[in-house]
Design a protein around this ligand. Structure first.
Ligand code: C2E
Ligand code: MG
Ligand code: MG
Ligand code: MG
Length: 284
């Protein structure tokens, strides 16, 4: 078959061309290739609800296992994707995959909230809201099951457009979360301007909760501030039992970290979640 033969030749040519090309210059094509062949995938890290004592959702975290470069850390390649003009494609791919995962877990019958990360570069884009609306409508998912974590990667370009987009996403029913609260620009200025439902306390404060009175004071007052504004609080990066328990005592709403589970491939997270559901219903 001539058409097939031709297709194979183009693929081989593409692969050879990419192998020799400078990394940054060929990143656009490399990302597309990674999305096509599964080298780029989503890991899921469960989130715990202190009030119900159950897993209530998960955060989708992008992964790239490159055949020659090995594992590429997401904060590094997200920045590169922004520069290479591929952050849009990545973001919509993440949303579609996260919806597939959310629908599979929600089919078990317990409400399961799925969080995705939205790069600061994306927040003010003119077509963002319409694209998100189109995707959730086509996929038939309640946007309330999706939490959008605003991640400050390179800062917000146009604050007014960002605020308008986020308000519209919230009006559509999406939950909004301010990621890495307390670091960089993700601080009081965000809280004053951006509509949000949730604050995520950055790992660097959580990791020093037991040893630093200052970090403990910062966390305590952040929880108070969030609650005064009607927002929920998630602590990220919880690695031990003592920190997990202390955050509960301080009134934190949700927990996430290696202590509960590392980010896992979907199948592993799903089996784990099912097993916990089973144990829970037996206990009742
Ligand atoms: P983030 O959104 O703040 O995600 C939390 C990071 O903390 C994740 O790193 C997670 O693996 C890590 N983590 C969670 N629990 C623990 C813990 O107990 N101990 C330690 N040491 N680390 C923990 P990861 O997966 O490397 O992601 C890094 C950052 O890359 C994310 O930070 C987020 O800003 C960005 N990112 C990841 N996926 C996406 C994506 O799909 N889109 C965008 N725009 N950014 C993403
Ligand atoms: Mg996040
Ligand atoms: Mg975070
Ligand atoms: Mg972080």
């Amino acid at each position: 078959n001539e058409a097939l033969g031709h297709g194979r030749a183009v693929e081989v040519f593409e692969a050879e061309r990419l192998a020799d090309a400078p990394w940054e210059l060929s990143l656009h094509a490399r990302i597309d290739e990674g999305l096509r062949n599964g080298d780029i995938w989503l890991a899921f890290q469960p989130q715990w609800d202190y009030r119900t004592g159950r897993i209530s959702g998960a955060e989708a975290l992008i992964r790239w296992n490159h055949p020659t470069r090995g594992f590429i850390a997401p904060d590094a390649f997200i920045l590169q994707a922004e520069r290479a003009g591929r952050i849009d494609a990545l973001t919509y791919w993440v949303l579609e995959e996260a919806i597939t995962a959310a629908q599979a877990v929600n089919a078990l019958g317990q409400r399961f909230q799925m969080s995705i990360n939205l790069s600061g570069q994306m927040v003010d884009k003119p077509d963002l809201v319409e694209n998100f609306r189109e995707i959730v409508t086509r996929r038939g998912i309640d946007p309330g099951l999706l939490t959008i974590e605003i991640t400050e990667t390179s800062g917000l370009n146009n604050r007014a457009d960002a605020v308008r987009n986020l308000s519209r996403l919230r009006d559509l029913g999406f939950r909004l979360s301010i990621d890495d609260f307390g670091t960089g620009e993700a601080s009081l200025a965000y809280l004053a301007d951006l509509p949000s439902d949730e604050l995520k306390i950055d790992r660097r404060f959580v990791s020093r909760l037991l040893t630093s009175d200052r970090d403990r004071a910062i966390i305590t007052s952040t929880i108070g501030l969030a609650h005064a504004l009607g927002q929920a609080v998630v602590a990220e990066g919880i690695e031990d039992e003592a920190t997990f328990q202390l955050l509960a005592a301080l009134g934190c709403d949700h927990a996430q970290g290696y202590y509960l589970s590392k980010p896992q491939p979907f199948d592993v997270m799903f089996r784990d979640y099912q097993a916990r559901l089973g144990r829970h219903s037996k206990a009742v």
